[in-house]
Design a protein around this ligand. Sequence first.
Ligand SMILES: Nc1nc2c(c(=O)[nH]1)N[C@H]1C(S)=C(S)[C@@H](COP(=O)(O)OP(=O)(O)OC[C@H]3O[C@@H](n4cnc5c(=O)[nH]c(N)nc54)[C@H](O)[C@@H]3O)O[C@H]1N2
Ligand SMILES: Nc1nc2c(c(=O)[nH]1)N[C@H]1C(S)=C(S)[C@@H](COP(=O)(O)OP(=O)(O)OC[C@H]3O[C@@H](n4cnc5c(=O)[nH]c(N)nc54)[C@H](O)[C@@H]3O)O[C@H]1N2
Ligand code: SF4
Ligand SMILES: [Mo]
Length: 705
Amino acid sequence: MSAEAGGPRPQAPVAGPETTTHCPYCALQCSTELSGGRGRVAVRPSPDFPVNRGGLCQKGWTAPALLGTPGRLLTPLVRGTDGVLAPASWDAALDLVAGRLREIRALHGADAVGVFGGGGLTNEKAYTLGKFARVALGTGQIDYNGRFCMSSAAAAAGAAFGLDRGLPFPVTDLDGSDVVLLAGANPAETMPPLMRHLERPDLIVIDPRRTRTAERAALHLQPVPGSDLALALGLLHLAVTESLVDKEYVEARTTGFDAAWEACAGWWPERVEEVTGVPVAESRRAVRMLAGARHAHVLTGRGAEQHSKGTDTVTAFIGLALALGLPGRAGSGFGTLTGQGNGQGGREMGQKADQLPGYRSLTDPADRAHVASVWGVDPGSLPGPGRSAYELLDSLGTAEGPRALLVFGSNPVVSAPRAAHVTGRLAALDLLVVADFVPSETAALADVVLPVAQWAEEEGTLTSLEGRVLRRRAHLSPPPGVRTDLEVLHGLAVRLGQPPDRFPVRPREVFEELRRATAGGRADYSGVSYARLDAGEVLHWPCPAGDDDHPGTPRPFLDRFAHPDGRARFTAVEHRPPAREPDAEFPLYGTTGRVLAQYQSGAQTRRVPELVEAAPEAFVEIHPDTAGRLGLADGTFAEVASAYGSARARVRLTRAVRTDTVFVPFHFPGAARANLFTGDALDPRSRMPEFKVGAVRVTPVGERP
Ligand SMILES: Nc1nc2c(c(=O)[nH]1)N[C@H]1C(S)=C(S)[C@@H](COP(=O)(O)OP(=O)(O)OC[C@H]3O[C@@H](n4cnc5c(=O)[nH]c(N)nc54)[C@H](O)[C@@H]3O)O[C@H]1N2
Ligand SMILES: Nc1nc2c(c(=O)[nH]1)N[C@H]1C(S)=C(S)[C@@H](COP(=O)(O)OP(=O)(O)OC[C@H]3O[C@@H](n4cnc5c(=O)[nH]c(N)nc54)[C@H](O)[C@@H]3O)O[C@H]1N2
Ligand code: SF4
Ligand SMILES: [Mo]
């Protein structure tokens, strides 16, 4: 029975004083206890969860504020002939959407409808969204914001290890490490409780800025943005020339070393210094620290990955880690720090353009047949792979691209690269539908806005950065008038002619189906169940079903890597410059990233008073020497312009950034959007945009923006 038909809500309010669940934001998925009724929800960290160990960051502490935020969407909105979004009933809104989708499909074909998902969606929602696109809409045009996040790391890890699990070991392994290298990650701001696991190890931080993380490092390498690939090749070169390679490991557990060495043989230390700006002595010290440690880890973050060569850069860091014998060895390892709440699960459940659930491939006949049988459809009816996130957004409203787009869990008007262009593409659509709980900048452009439930009002599972499957639990029921994403997808599917039981609204039922769909896949969840999770079992995927309960796989590579021969692959990669290097017109490097008190596009955190107070507006971080030359005073406004466009933000002078680089956080809307100056270069393999380096000019605009 669906809530649609007026039946009982599938998610009754939870009785009892406290509900154990997880923070709505990042992939660390800190465990929390919620108490109090609507309007009075209080949060405290669960004392015994090993990942956050009683800690939360400021975003986690203030998350309940979002549940009752004044602007919260409580009724569907439909844009009238006067151009204004006005309240409508659910029936009217869903009938309208389904009717328009049918028309557009009849006129232009199934691929004229696109879907854009998010890495914050629960596994159940991400799974259902992918199924909805392929089955109810019959479109191949689905991708998601994780393409902007984890795609380079995923492509590189998949190729090297045969499996992409962000951290192939529990976070608590870091406690026992001696040296941890962080390439382009700033966890002191982006995952503060993770720092509790980084107290013992000596940190090597690679970041063009002296971040809060870098301040805690034993060694901070401060390269030119976009030069990490040369740096990683140089570190591997040094490992070889200083005889620090773990030959036994390389021999026993890897292939391809000779070709990788050939590719980095030309990256002698002085040449690396010239390209990266990192002194030879510092590179040498970094390699010696890593090689001399009993246990060491190499971790990458978005700083190294969000480039047009992000996949090759991660591949080069994996090469360094393999040469030193770290991956798949007890107490050591290689990993990437997944970003969004369900950034790991969200990339396995089939909302990615080329994927089916369980990390299955849309182009593999056996994979298609397996998933089609679970879905009860003909494999031949499943579409092929679609466009990647930026390419999808770029094609909207053109002769070749979708005329309609459904957005679940992203705010691309702020977060997509080349945001002014993307905003124009969204505006060119015949139909834009946004499901959200707040009126995001993207929702403000929509023809139909559908108000959905939030984290503390829904059941589900998420898979954290360490590959552990976690239960999200409902503490409240959604406010009247609000539906869950699963109810929305069910309501649309039925209106598009699907049998009602093909799109269940109960997360538990979806999970049962998802277990079968992922069974035998690389990300196998078939042995996981709500019952096991609720009994407190700690389950990391792969966790296949069997006669006995499978214990899960916290460390998948201890005995062998996931390639058929069990070996990890070195791959030869070549350094290349970013899509645009600074020149006379745009003389500085522009880079972008995060601050502690804001999350992503800011759609959520810009509505939390404490967070707004802590981080009220965008800024341009610039070195005082550079600012002096350009006539920029602290606290005044500057324009940051590239060949693609320009943003305006307040000048913040700091010696923490290189003199040739400026940094702008991307959390803010309007004219302060960092993505107004980012470009459209994409990594050829992962299709990751180049968020982390561009050529810009910074000019004063005075006391006001
Ligand atoms: N507070 C907060 N926390 C978050 C999020 C948030 O929005 N706010 N988002 C979550 C998500 S989805 C993600 S993906 C993670 C991201 O987590 P991180 O990867 O830690 O975050 P970023 O700030 O994007 O980038 C990290 C660092 O890369 C540096 N950097 C810039 N260019 C380069 C370069 O060319 N090379 C190198 N080596 N470094 C460079 C920046 O100076 C920055 O300090 O955070 C998660 N946690
Ligand atoms: N310049 C620059 N741009 C970047 C980056 C960068 O470093 N620099 N980082 C990139 C990265 S790593 C990421 S992950 C992206 C993230 O950027 P976005 O994809 O824009 O992420 P959010 O701001 O989290 O947007 C999520 C939206 O969905 C809503 N939402 C949250 N949960 C749910 C849900 O369960 N259901 C529904 N229907 N809606 C929900 C939220 O209210 C919000 O409006 O930004 C990318 N953009
Ligand atoms: S670190 Fe991430 S999961 Fe933990 S409280 Fe902060 S935002 Fe939430
Ligand atoms: Mo991300």
